[in-house]
Design a protein around this ligand. Sequence first.
Ligand code: G6P
Length: 362
Amino acid sequence: DASDIEKGTYQHYMLKEIEEQPLVIRKVIQQYQEENGQLVIDPSIVEALNEADRLYIVAAGTSYHAGLIGKQFIETMAKIPTEVHLASEFGYNMPLLSEKPLFIFISQSGETADSRAVLVQVKKLGYKALTLTNVPGSTLSREADYTLLLHAGPEIAVASTKAYTAQLAVLAILAEVTAKGRNVDAEIDIAHELAIVANAMEELCDGKDEFEQIARDYLTVSRNSFFIGRSLDYAVCLEAALKLKEISYIQAEGFAGGELKHGPIALIEDGTPVFALATQENVNLNLRGNVKEVAARGANTCIISMKGLEMNGDRFVLPEVHEILTPLISVLPMQYISYYAALHRGCDVDKPRNLAKSVTVE
Ligand code: G6P
């Protein structure tokens, strides 16, 4: 049928979409780059960010996880205070807003009802909103003042992959261009660094057999699993856990390394799979300490580290990219591991039970 043709030789849309990521990142760079190599964003958007005293990112699911990392990009590069909120919680837990807020909605589909409800609410209050979406003309795009497109191409698999990395790329570009607009030195050449990211992604896709093996080694019999990380890696761990639970139905939780001792470590038993992400130099030693703590309690640990930070016994070492952009590549092994774990269990990878691609009810 027609959908099979679109899938080409791939067994699933999810696999196809994972492997499109290097191309998507190159497309995003190209879409936001001028002939002279400068990144550019509609000046009215840059002005809106620069006029704001605080940014409020609102999103759901995977897009919310992209928002957590986007906050770090914006605060590090453009130095604008940024909060991230779950759309479904925002309505009745509305934070005290700053004097000049700007709202940023992140949504692959542009149709998520929870996010739409917040947009209606903030427009009523007279505030401006920017939407980052993959779908031109979607509701969140039409109803916001500004739109930035993700250029990821149609995402069919329910579990989001390429839209997430496209969101991160666009957020990084937004952060750098906004920094320039306010004469802040972002201290990073995003176009150049994203090109390195695209190459690193390609390398990871070429080596996917290793991730299939990791899925076999760690997730064949387990009922549950943990993902631990600190700083940016923590946000990626939340996304990794979401991916795995969505499609394989293995209970999966992402934890901040430092929080283990405050509760989650009670769950560790002999053989519990614990995936640890180690891409951030300033937290590497502390994270390694957490790995030792869970290993001492019998966990089956799988450490994925960044080149330069690797230690003996790490299961996989990621190719090096700029430290702040590591979430764009550290998520790929996690996407693959989830994919293969689901595949090996005979799950319907592209259409997991109980889930919808776009949730248009609150
Ligand atoms: C659904 C999808 C998720 C997605 C979330 C937010 O739950 O299954 O993959 O992350 O909606 O969707 P959005 O289109 O707003 O990014």
